[in-house]
Design a binder for this molecule. Structure first.
Ligand code: URA
Length: 183
């Protein structure tokens, strides 16, 4: 068993996939290591790559607002991504890149042991819940796997482009907040 610090040290030196050669910084993830809720995005974008922190760009500002709306602070939760290095031009991470990286996320989940994992967008939902997951059809319902409840919802970047879907995402966040009171 690793500690989070050991895992991070190992992750920061990782060269298991091609994304290592184009990254500025590894974006390991951050937040409360005893969090009840973990948010998992897809992979770092431009600002995340520059700063080495998850969700600090426009999508991150929206995520912060949504976290506040359920009466939590960013420092209450843990935020991570499926891949820890930015895919060039913000393309979706390729399958082999996700596979190379997923052990880091598995360890993070094991160490944090959250009650609820919110999957932000299609990539996260597919990699954590089910490879055939269809976010547009299946979001908004808890999926129980092992000890964890997964809530698949829209990615905040999608919500920035599709304002009309914010209402549904808000419903999903409310479900997360309500579920937390019962666990
Ligand atoms: N989008 C993601 O999926 N993750 C981030 O950290 C930032 C934007």
């Amino acid at each position: 068993m690793y500690t989070m610090d050991e895992l991070k040290k190992y992750c920061l030196k990782c060269h298991k996939c091609r994304l290592a050669s184009t990254r500025t910084n590894v974006v390991f993830g951050e937040g409360n290591e005893h969090a009840d809720i973990m948010f998992v995005g897809e992979g770092p974008g431009y600002y995340e790559d520059i700063q080495g922190r998850p969700f600090v760009g426009r999508a991150g500002q929206l995520l912060d607002k949504m976290i506040k709306a359920i009466h939590l602070k960013r420092s209450d939760v843990y935020i991570a991504n499926v891949v820890k290095c930015r895919p060039p031009e913000n393309r979706n991470p390729l399958d082999d890149e996700c596979q190379a990286c997923l052990d880091f996320l598995r360890w993070q989940v094991k160490l944090i042991n959250p009650k609820i994992i919110v999957c932000l967008g299609a990539v996260s939902s597919k990699k954590l819940i089910d490879e055939n997951f269809k976010i547009s059809l299946q979001r908004g319902q808890f999926v129980r796997k092992g000890n964890f409840y997964f809530m698949p919802t829209y990615h905040p970047s999608y919500l920035l482009r599709n304002q009309a879907s914010k209402k549904e995402a808000w419903e999903d966040f409310k479900k997360v907040s309500e579920m937390l009171t019962t666990l």
